[in-house]
Ligand binder design. Structure first.
Ligand SMILES: Nc1nc2c(c(=O)[nH]1)N[C@H]1C(S)=C(S)[C@@H](COP(=O)(O)OP(=O)(O)OC[C@H]3O[C@@H](n4cnc5c(=O)[nH]c(N)nc54)[C@H](O)[C@@H]3O)O[C@H]1N2
Ligand SMILES: Nc1nc2c(c(=O)[nH]1)N[C@H]1C(S)=C(S)[C@@H](COP(=O)(O)OP(=O)(O)OC[C@H]3O[C@@H](n4cnc5c(=O)[nH]c(N)nc54)[C@H](O)[C@@H]3O)O[C@H]1N2
Ligand code: SF4
Ligand SMILES: [Mo]
Length: 690
């Protein structure tokens, strides 16, 4: 069998893999692991790679919606015709309503980053500022807090660490390479602290597990800082030389004694203090926070507090600590400068979020619904949805469906006929990750690794890059899209780094540009306005936000539907991401569905006893926005008073769509982040699935 090297992009872990081929067909694939083969993490999605690639449900050709005799149906058309339709529609909207009436909505799931640049370049050539990603509910909102604290998002050097602090992250299921590194460090004697409202496998391995009340992470971070400052466990030289606002932080943290806050956030004061002492005294230590902190209406405050704690510990950019990236010089190909008039983007309510990063783009996801339904700052007429399934994944999905009804044209670029694609006028078939060569977000920081095409495009599908390049050419943007192949485009983008696709293919493990360096801030200072770590941020203040996180109000007040807690008494947590699924994806892949054939609501046995609910019984989950139903699973992984609802099942069966329950009105004021992660709900017994 022939063997090829690439990276897997079925999820965001971007694992280096070996792919085995026979007669040009993908037979199997294997993760390259840092652990011995028998200990290496097994990924069911990768095991199912050939099932995914050769799924009979893949869309085989471009499809256009036809209406005849009151019936709606799909008709297969050629790429030439399909691109002609998009081109004509877009030009009509442009001349009638202006280019800003067209919006491109990008999912996080498929490409994990760099190819955003192609969609952004296309839309800027067209004249619209509206390319919206879903980073307000994913990592981009968190990333902004890192930026305004020490200038870039850190990553954890688990392998060399003596203390690993994991906050709202579940690497065992969501990031196997990181999980393997944690296990390795633990074997070398590293301490493990976990903050998670759920008893995950990682939590059960931890030296200290803090089962926090959901959404109260900022208060906990302030309280850990309170102990560190009170007990003088910080490095005063470092604080003096490299930070701004320590005295204000000291005053602010004084309010959050473990004695004061522990009960309010479902913890005990001694564990908070112990976590603080272990974290501050063990060097080097690293702290990583995950999506458990995202999707809260107070994501900016919470993550800022956690970033400040990380900075206070003095581990920034030290070996075994929290590393600052070493960016690779690349060409910015987004063409933002070519936007003619100064047109506000539809995400105009979140200006700081839109511009904190040069190339990340706009991510205030719910702005799409706002613009369509409220017509502010102007009406949207058309949506191109690439690699996303917002009917299932966007908060308040009913409102999104309502918005879709109002649009004049929708094109979806996907592999499958999803619940979102079903509502489109035109569906363009994309290829899987194994059928295309591309860079990814991680490629802009060392080391640069290439994702290689290892098999041919299935049927009449095209890789995303080709769809965008050809659409560009069709619309007359030959100058902006002069490339025949993606290799040419990547070489153009990477030129300042001195790296080429050819070199990357010769080095499948990646190429590191320059020397690996630690404590880079000593030469370059921090990339913040003051050049120091900013405990106190003038920028936040300028944008009407506390310069240092404050949690005057009770955190539980930032939960959706809290005003109605008498009728909706349980805190709902949006569910786990098991290894076999990615968000709404892969329930159509038989071997992956077999691993978990149906969704559950986890209910603590004490609550179940009060409600007289039995294990396996059908229950309804209700919020003021809607109602769904699933079987109950009695489990002590959840804290009494909270329930965990399985995530991503709305594609399998709309009756399971958790985003029919969520709300998009309560938002983080800086990032527009909605509280998909947790909200108040009620549980009722049902005789059967309605
Ligand atoms: N309540 C609640 N809401 C959430 C979340 C939650 O946990 N709870 N999670 C949030 C988070 S973190 C995220 S990132 C979002 C995810 O939201 P989405 O990005 O909408 O997630 P997916 O369901 O993975 O949808 C990805 C789509 O892309 C298609 N696809 C896969 N590969 C490719 C490709 O190469 N090209 C193209 N064109 N299409 C491809 C898949 O078939 C699928 O339909 O959801 C967010 N919403
Ligand atoms: N198999 C698989 N892998 C994936 C994905 C997938 O869908 N499936 N999605 C990818 C994407 S887009 C993302 S964003 C990443 C996310 O990956 P992670 O960052 O690991 O995110 P989650 O697994 O959603 O949640 C992490 C933990 O946060 C906890 N949590 C929930 N609420 C809170 C809270 O209020 N506070 C704290 N401290 N913790 C809380 C949850 O119980 C969970 O254990 O995973 C990526 N990898
Ligand atoms: S965890 Fe599995 S699906 Fe995700 S990138 Fe790695 S091998 Fe692929
Ligand atoms: Mo995400």
């Amino acid at each position: 069998m022939e063997k090829r090297h690439t990276v897997c992009r079925l999820c965001s872990s971007v694992c280096p893999i070996e792919v085995y081929l026979k007669d040009g067909r993908l037979v199997s694939a294997k993760r390259k692991s840092s652990l011995p083969l028998e200990k290496a993490y097994y990924c069911s999605k990768l095991k199912a790679a050939s099932e995914i690639v050769y799924s009979p449900q893949r869309i085989k050709a471009p499809l256009v919606r036809e209406e005849s005799g009151g019936k709606r149906d799909w008709k297969e058309i050629s790429w030439e015709e399909a691109l002609g339709i998009v081109s004509r529609k877009l030009n009509t909207f442009k001349s009638e309503y202006g280019p800003q009436s067209v919006c491109w909505l990008r999912g996080m799931a498929a490409d994990w980053g760099a190819p955003w640049d192609y969609a952004i370049r296309f839309m800027h050539a067209f004249g619209s500022p509206n390319v919206i990603g879903n980073g307000s509910v994913c990592h981009v909102a968190r990333e902004m807090a890192h930026f305004f604290t020490y200038g870039a998002m850190t990553s954890s050097d688990y392998k060399n660490s003596k203390c690993i602090f994991i906050w709202g992250k579940n690497d065992r299921d969501t990031n196997p390479p990181a999980y393997e590194a944690i296990l390795y460090a633990k074997k070398q004697g590293a301490k493990l602290i976990v903050v998670d409202p759920i008893k995950t496998k990682l939590a059960s391995l931890a030296d200290i597990w803090l089962q926090i009340r959901p959404g109260c992470d900022g208060v906990l971070a302030m309280s850990i800082m309170n102990t560190i400052i009170e007990e003088k466990l910080y490095d005063s030289n470092f604080i003096q030389q490299w930070t701004l606002g320590f005295d204000i932080l000291r005053k602010s943290a004084a309010k959050y004694t473990p004695e004061n806050v522990a009960k309010r956030i479902w913890l005990d004061k001694e564990s908070i203090k112990e976590a603080a002492r272990i974290y501050a005294k063990t060097k080097p230590a690293c702290l990583i926070e995950g999506n458990g902190l995202d999707m809260h209406a107070n994501v900016s405050q919470n993550t800022r507090a956690v970033c400040i704690l990380r900075a206070l510990s003095g581990n920034i950019d030290k070996q075994g600590g929290d590393l600052l990236p070493q960016p690779v010089p690349t060409r910015n190909i987004q063409l933002k400068e070519s936007l003619k008039a100064k047109i506000e983007p539809i995400s105009f309510r979140y200006p700081l979020f839109n511009k904190f990063h040069k190339t990340r783009g706009d991510h205030a996801l719910s702005s799409v619904m706002d613009a369509i339904l409220e017509e502010k700052p102007y009406p949207l007429k058309a949506l191109i949805i690439q690699a996303s399934n917002p009917v299932v994944t966007m908060a308040n999905s009913k409102r999104f469906l309502e918005a879709m009804e109002k649009l004049e044209f929708i094109a979806v670029i996907d592999l499958f006929m999803t619940k979102t694609a079903e509502k489109a006028d035109l569906v363009l078939p994309a290829t899987t990750c194994f059928e295309k060569t591309q860079l990814n977000l991680k490629a802009f920081s060392n080391p640069v690794v290439l994702q290689n095409q290892v098999i041919d495009w299935a049927e009449n599908s095209w890789p995303d890059w080709k769809i965008i390049f050809e659409l560009g050419k069709k619309m007359g943007y030959e100058k902006e899209f002069p490339w025949e192949t993606v290799e040419e485009a990547i070489d153009y983008q990477l030129e300042p780094s001195g790296i080429t696709v050819e070199m990357l293919r010769e080095n499948p493990e990646g190429i590191f540009v320059g020397e690996k360096r630690y404590e880079k801030y000593r030469q370059e200072r921090f990339n913040t306005p003051s050049g120091k770590i900013e405990f106190y941020s003038e920028t936040y203040k300028k944008y009407g936000y506390p310069a240092l996180p404050e949690f005057e109000e009770y955190e539980e007040d930032r939960l959706s539907f809290i005003q109605e807690k008498d009728n909706f008494p349980f805190v709902a947590i949006s569910g786990a991401r098991p290894n076999n699924f990615v968000h709404s994806q892969f329930r159509n892949i038989p071997s992956l569905l077999r691993e978990s054939p149906e969704p559950f609501v986890d209910i603590h046995p004490d609550d179940a006893a009060t409600l007289e609910i039995k294990d396996g019984q059908m229950v309804g989950v209700e919020t003021p926005n809607g109602k769904i139903s699933m079987k109950a699973k009695l489990s002590d992984v959840v804290h009494p008073g909270s329930v965990r609802i399985a995530w991503g099942w709305g594609e399998f069966d709309p009756r399971y769509n958790i985003n029919d329950l969520t709300d998009d009105h309560l938002r983080d004021p800086l990032t527009g982040t909605t509280s998909n992660r947790c909200f108040m709900c009620n549980i009722v017994k049902l005789a059967e699935h309605p």
